[in-house]
Design a binder for this molecule. Structure first.
Ligand code: AMP
Length: 460
């Protein structure tokens, strides 16, 4: 099947030709005809399957055929995404696919000045792509309304639930008008997601393109057993020996991601970290540099990396193994995109072995076990010191103090490990976030964006 058989309007076909898209992907083949009929849709699909175009193209087609004045302080289409990066990416897709249509596309998410957003939305917008927290903030301030929404999309529903967005989503459901088309996408569809879908959808057509927990087939999956404290040395060796175009390195914690970057910098290797404690500016700069190939290594936590679509990622390195098999599938799905081959290498510490087993059980793939490289012990001995933490203007004094404290504790941990190898794991965890002293949670903050998303109705 080709795109020209789907009956999409001329300006959209022109935009697709400009992008060299000829054949619709399976989710597009299944979803586009149904959506053009105006039906609701429930799609089980991961990022990388072409699902953004699957919902963007028929919606743009609807706007091309039904031009209307945009509602003041409102929108005709609302797309909800869990992270700022994904929201920005989706908005860019709408701009690309809709470049020959005169439609306005705006993003709404935390971490950027709210007044600028309010001004941009004041006159009315065709398509708004938002994260739930900031969207509800604007609604509460009477700066925006979703009561005129004609098409509503909820993307990455399972991650929304993981991030604690259930209550914001329930509020959104109540604020939408009765008459509308609904699209709901999730990589997995356990019972609670099905219940959430039921709140939004009206007699939906169900389409599915990726069965749960199947790992991308073209990814070569390898793993090495290594002490947690010695992972950094292994990382440096892997980066030397592998032919890397672009690598995404995953850590479990934000602090861990920063530490990996500092060690790489100490060894003269350029890398950026991307996680929830970074300012929006830093996140955008890091992602742009990685996309453009200016920096080959991006160290990320799961939340920040989910849904990110960067072509040419040759390697995914799991510096730490995720404790949920689905997360592993999402991570390695960042490579081997758009028909390319990819390599996923996992560093497995003793206490992570059960996670590895769970991943192998869920994906029904046995990872190829690699021994430690021959020069490994020498690399451990000669590991360069980490670079000092940067004190950028975007860091608050509290963040700077927190970083310095983490660095001190990490170094203490390192000292205690020398000559006491069996304490290696304990030292590492003490330096990480897991055993940090108890800190008061910011009241009012929900989800993983801490502060970017505010629980509505509570004082700030
Ligand atoms: P998504 O799953 O929406 O994140 O899309 C994954 C990638 O596939 C993106 O880089 C899209 O630009 C690309 N893509 C989507 N549809 C097509 C298509 N029909 N042909 C070629 N590439 C596509």
């Amino acid at each position: 099947m080709q795109f020209n058989e789907l009956g999409l309007s001329e300006p959209i076909m022109k935009a697709l030709a400009a992008k060299n898209y000829v054949d619709p992907t399976p989710i597009q083949q299944k979803a586009i005809p149904v959506l053009l009929e105006g039906r609701d849709l429930c799609g089980i699909a991961q990022t990388g399957t072409g699902k953004t175009a699957a919902f963007a193209l028929p919606s743009l087609d609807y706007f091309a055929r039904n031009p209307k004045v945009t509602p003041i302080k409102g929108c005709r289409m609302l797309v909800l995404a869990p992270t700022r990066e994904l929201a920005a990416q989706i908005a860019q897709s709408f701009r690309d696919y809709g470049r020959f249509l005169k439609l306005s596309v705006e993003t709404v998410f935390g971490g950027v000045p709210v007044n600028k957003q309010i001004r941009a939305l004041a006159g009315g917008t065709d398509i708004v792509v938002a994260t739930p927290g900031r969207l509800l903030d604007l609604i509460d301030q009477r700066a925006f309304t979703i009561s005129h929404t004609e098409i509503f999309v909820l993307d990455e529903a399972d991650q929304m639930m993981d991030m604690g967005f259930i209550h914001p989503l329930k509020r959104v459901a109540k604020l939408l008008p009765r008459e509308r088309q609904n699209l709901f996408f999730s990589a997995t569809m356990p019972k609670e997601i099905e219940a959430l879908a039921a709140q939004f959808l009206n007699d939906p057509v169900k389409v599915s393109v990726a069965p749960q927990s199947t790992t991308a087939e073209r990814v070569r999956q390898q793993a090495t057993f290594v002490n947690q404290a010695e992972k950094q040395a292994l990382l440096h060796l892997v980066l030397e020996s592998e032919d890397i175009d672009r690598a995404l390195i995953f850590t479990r914690t934000k602090h861990g991601a920063d530490r990996v970057v500092r060690f790489l910098e100490g060894a003269g290797i350029d890398a950026f970290a991307i996680h929830g404690n970074k300012s929006q500016g830093q996140r955008t700069t890091a992602l742009q540099a990685f996309r453009q190939g200016k920096v080959k290594l991006l160290v990320a936590t799961d939340i920040a990396a989910r849904g990110i679509d960067v072509s040419g990622v040759s390697h995914v390195i799991n510096f730490e193994i995720p404790n949920v098999p689905e997360q592993y599938v999402h991570r390695i799905g960042r490579t081997a995109r758009a028909g390319a081959e990819g390599v996923a290498i996992s560093f497995v510490a003793d206490d992570e072995r059960p996670y590895l087993k769970a991943i192998e059980r869920a994906t029904r793939v046995k990872l190829e076990m690699l021994p430690l490289p021959e020069n490994f012990m020498e690399a451990v001995r000669k590991l360069p010191k980490p670079a000092a933490p940067k004190k950028g203007p975007s860091q608050t004094p509290q963040q700077q103090a927190k970083r310095a404290d983490g660095q001190r504790r990490y170094q203490d941990g390192q000292k205690s490990q020398r000559g006491a190898p069996d304490k290696a794991h304990r030292g590492e965890t003490e330096g990480g976030e897991a055993k940090r002293p108890f800190r008061r949670r910011r009241t009012g903050a929900v989800g993983a964006h801490k502060g970017a998303v505010q629980r509505t109705g509570t004082p700030r």
